[in-house]
Design a binder for this molecule. Sequence first.
Ligand code: HPA
Length: 272
Amino acid sequence: MEKQKQLQETIQFLKDKGITNSQVGIVLGTGLGKLVAEINIITEIPYAQIPHFPEATVEFHSGRLIYGELSGKTVLVMSGRFHLYEGYTAWEVTYGIRTMHGLGIQNLFISNAAGAINLSYKKGDLMLIEDHINLQGQSPLAFKEAKSFGNIFADMLAPYSKELNTKIARIAKQQHIKLHEGVYASVLGPQLETRAEYRMLQILETDAVGMSTVPEVIVAKQLNLPCAAISVLTDECDPKHLQPINIEEIIAIAGKAEPKMIALFKEVIESL
Ligand code: HPA
């Protein structure tokens, strides 16, 4: 019961800090932190101060949990996420999801930066994740105590809430925001893919590739927590015309497309 105990201590610590009524959870991806500026912040706590919370290492993330108001709802925002490629375990990568669930969130929204495998998609476009393929070789439900947190044989019929996705698609249409819907492949990284790997991802009929999100979504499913995720497409992964890419460029493109993602999140949260 070691992990249950840790998690309960984390949740109790945050409740004692006044985080007592969270309705919505949000995880912000690489280069996608500006949503925080729209929040009426009630409390913010650096991850390093939260008992048992993993500590953020990637320099692009500030690593803090923010509690506040957005679109008339109380939200908990993870500004800075944990990736398997940083050496965290799948338990650590998804610890924040279990924490936010323990604090009462009823819906979860996730963003990420991803490469476009579908070549009709362009850099700076958004993709609503409709389904995924887990190519990370790991599951956040494969550990000894996992059963005590819910069904480990979580069904993956609809890991992304149909209801939330329908709402988001409708909002995108109303706001004239181009929004693809597609399949996200998660890879371990941190290296980017070879041309042969991009060809494989095309053959697998995936539309985007990235290094996050899937562990969080699997845990949300174990917890019966409705979730939706949006990829900001930061590069075009054409194996025939592959360009050198650098992470700074990915982050810059994510930042440019970010306002569209923020608009969608704000309005879907308002509609809840
Ligand atoms: N591959 C994997 N992850 C990514 C990519 C990519 O091309 N772009 C942004 N994140």
